[in-house]
Design a protein around this ligand. Sequence first.
Ligand code: PEP
Ligand code: MN
Length: 338
Amino acid sequence: MIVVLKQNANKDQLENLKSWLTNMNLGIHMSEGTNTTIMGLIGDTSCVDIDLLMALEIVADVKRIQEPYKCANRKFHPKNTVISVGETKIGDGNFMLIAGPCSVESREQICSIAESVKQSGANILRGGAFKPRTSPYAFQGLKGEGIELLLEAKKETGLPIVSEVMDLSQLPLFEEVDIIQVGARNMQNFALLKELGMIKKPILLKRGLANTIQELLMSAEYIMSGGNEEVILCERGVRTFETSTRNTLDLSAIPVIKELSHLPVVVDPSHATGIARFVHPMSLAAVAAGTDGLIIEVHNHPSAALCDGQQSVTPEAFDKLSREITQLLALIKEFDTQ
Ligand code: PEP
Ligand code: MN
């Protein structure tokens, strides 16, 4: 339920209203816009008497929210959310370019890739230390050592880092990781999501292999309802009958999510296509469709990569792509001001 307040609502009356609602065990989410202030009510609102609310002097309107997600809902929070990571921001016109290898393999590998993607304009370094692999015999990541190496690359380049947590027990190792990634396979690991709701750190939440947009938003809701509102949603392709690509990139998820939610959206063209040469066109397509960022796998020696080499672009290819992304973003800004 949302309560739209009148402009310049009396402060004492507002405090009375808040305590009345909290006494009914409802959470309150305030969202101040330029013209209106919206009060989002979280919890079981069936006990709220709408007529009584409407009759209050400070209330302009009351609306029930049909969608099961509240904190992630644009109706609760009309303005785009902006999330800051170091000096970088994402959302509301701020573009985030995340790049790096699928997995951290060695000090030389991660530091060399970090340096080149930084030179090419990436503002966040990615690298998996805990890898969710289909085969238990495949490389599982360097685990704690991988995080240590990422931190070294961060120190050398100044780039903030993002890495995937697979299990609650690994969380203590992520203290200095700037963004915690929840992978597609864990999108509905509710115990993990709840725990991430209690920390103060941006979460990159990837869409599950066969999950709807509403399910993705409900997973974001698990994190946000715990108090952590810094969620970045990631479209990384979904399973379809098509076999020419690893997954099918659902580009329409970008405008759909932006309509339904205020959270920033990034696109992962690497896992979506699974093929390095398709990363370039799909990145540009995602930018044209309005994504707030991209997460791209880059490897300095793709054919020798321990994980996802076939979808990793070289630093040279990434450099060319990054320049085109910058040009396309400038062009889109021009359209927006026309
Ligand atoms: C990854 O980012 O390396 C990864 C495993 O992605 P996803 O969870 O989208 O498959
Ligand atoms: Mn990968």
